[in-house]
Design a protein around this ligand. Structure first.
Ligand code: ADP
Ligand code: ADP
Ligand code: ZN
Length: 216
């Protein structure tokens, strides 16, 4: 199964991707995670990407398309994959179509998780991530058992640099301008599955499974 998770920052893409990974045993490809890893390691890619990420802007298309092209060649992607946070522009979507076309593959479903702006702000300002395993928490909606410590691995929880209110507002603007047009792009191809992203994490997951025809 080849899936794309669309939806604005904070809509729950990462949270849901991790649940789908468990269920279908296919990898999550998060361009945000890959870029943050490169920033942490201080590679040339990371140094270039950081300038954009800190300002809430998109990293140039050629850079992320290159990352995804390489990643999709991985043996672990043969059974399927979950793209989380890619594509984010029409140019990226067209590049993805070409890459998959050359591989003789295609997308099965594009899951658009819909959440209103006020809720996105609440979710992003309270988001915490595990430094070690990447698990996601929210200080109010999905708190860890012990403050600042990951339930799963005991790792330290941190707040992303770009989850500050001013940067969040810029990221939401960028989403509206550059990423929202993908809804229509995939709707025309008959691939779009609109999901109400409000309510509990398990409730949202159930809606996704239903929309992709998983009868459990
Ligand atoms: P979010 O949780 O807001 O959806 P991500 O972790 O997906 O955020 O992305 C964080 C940042 O990484 C983005 O603001 C952007 O700078 C960069 N980034 C991630 N994916 C892409 C992409 N497909 N194209 C361009 N930039 C990207
Ligand atoms: P994205 O990857 O789309 O940016 P995340 O999965 O990181 O979004 O979720 C953003 C924040 O919202 C996290 O703190 C997460 O714990 C929280 N969250 C995710 N799903 C829900 C939900 N259904 N209800 C409330 N909070 C949620
Ligand atoms: Zn952890």
């Amino acid at each position: 199964m080849n899936l794309i998770l669309l939806g604005p920052p904070g809509s729950g893409k990462g949270t849901q991707a991790k649940r789908l990974v468990q269920r279908y045993e296919i990898p999550q490809i998060s361009t945000g995670d890959i870029l943050r890893e490169a920033v942490k390691e201080g590679t040339p890619l990371g140094r270039e990407a950081k300038r954009y990420m800190d300002e809430g802007k998109l990293v140039p298309d050629e850079v992320v398309v290159g990352i995804v092209r390489d990643r999709l060649k991985g043996l672990d992607c043969q059974k399927g994959f979950i793209l989380d946070g890619f594509p984010r522009t029409i140019a990226q979507a067209e590049a993805l179509d070409r890459i998959l076309g050359e591989m003789g593959r295609g997308i099965d479903h594009v899951i658009d998780i819909e959440v209103d702006k006020e809720e996105l702000l609440r979710r992003l300002t309270g988001r915490r991530t595990c430094k070690r395993c990447g698990a996601m928490y929210h200080v109010v909606f999905n708190p860890p058992k012990a403050d600042g410590v990951c339930d799963r691995c005991g790792g330290e929880l941190y707040q992303r640099d770009d989850d500050k209110e001013e940067t969040i507002r810029e990221r939401l603007r960028v989403y509206e301008g550059q990423t929202a047009p993908l809804v229509e792009y995939y709707e025309k191809k008959g691939l779009l599955r609109r999901i109400d992203g409000t309510g509990g994490i398990e409730e949202v997951e159930a809606r996704i499974l239903k929309a992709i025809g998983d009868k459990g």
